[in-house]
Design a protein around this ligand. Structure first.
Ligand SMILES: [Zn+2]
Ligand SMILES: [Zn+2]
Length: 246
């Protein structure tokens, strides 16, 4: 079921809970190995997989991330597929054709796989916004099964951009080369900038599956410092509570 929505700067933001579950055995590790050197406890990690639905007063609909996708998606090797994004959207009263903008924070399979269904773009009227640096490094199943089918609807951006009125994206590299976060008002949808609350307590804590751990730490420290200074609200992908006020 969708979590409770929040309204910021006239935009209603609804967390869509695509799935809840542990990582599959292929990549599962004890938390102290996933977040080395941190004070995290060795307990099971049950991830939520959140996408965010944004609706403004003019009726514009934006979706941030698309979840784990169908049973045969590239995420099926490790994530609890199939995702329930379509049902979550329907529960929120939105049809896929109403989505005008899809922001993909990055091209990991649990964020991008739901962009397509049956080999075609699920959101037929949407622009799909990705950082150029992310597109440049896409390969394998994600390239073939996600990027190629949405090619005709891609909007590549570099650095910062306003992708819909009041909705901004910003390049935040490290977790992946072209990772981006999205902003609306005081809210920041942070993708995999932070994976676990232990990284809020100490942004220098590394994550085993960051592409470039050093760059990821530098980005996380800088971005979280800025967000903390403005007392922003984080909308995270994988925490059990979608919203966290800093
Ligand atoms: Zn959730
Ligand atoms: Zn990721």
């Amino acid at each position: 079921m969708p979590h409770q929505p929040l309204t910021v700067s006239g935009v209603e933001v609804t967390p869509l809970c695509d799935a809840v579950g542990p990582m599959g055995e292929t990549i599962r590790r004890p938390l102290p190995e996933l977040f080395p050197g941190s004070a995290v406890q060795d307990e099971p990690w049950v991830l939520h997989f959140h996408c965010y639905l944004l609706r403004d007063r003019a009726g514009r609909v934006t979706l941030v991330d698309t979840g784990i996708g169908a049973a045969d998606s590239p995420a099926s090797s490790w994530a609890p597929v199939p995702g329930t994004l379509a049902g979550e959207l329907a529960a929120a009263g939105v049809a896929p054709a109403e989505v005008g903008t899809v922001i993909l924070t990055h091209l990991h399979s649990d964020h991008a796989s739901g962009a397509v269904a049956d080999g075609r773009p699920l959101f037929e009227n949407a622009r799909y916004v990705l950082q150029q640096a992310e597109l440049d490094t896409a390969r394998g199943a994600i390239l073939e099964q996600v990027v190629t089918p949405i090619k005709g609807q891609l909007q590549a951006v570099e650095g910062e951009a306003e992708v819909s009125p009041g909705v901004h994206v910003r390049l935040t590299p490290g977790h992946t080369p072209g990772h981006q976060i999205a902003r609306v008002g005081e809210l920041a949808m942070t993708g995999d900038l932070v994976l676990h609350p232990v990284q809020l307590a100490d942004p220098r804590v590394r994550y085993l599956y960051d592409d470039d751990a050093e760059q990821a730490v530098a980005t996380r420290v800088e971005v979280l410092d800025g967000l903390r200074a403005e007392r922003a609200v984080l909308a995270t992908a994988h925490f059990s509570d979608p919203f966290v006020r800093l």
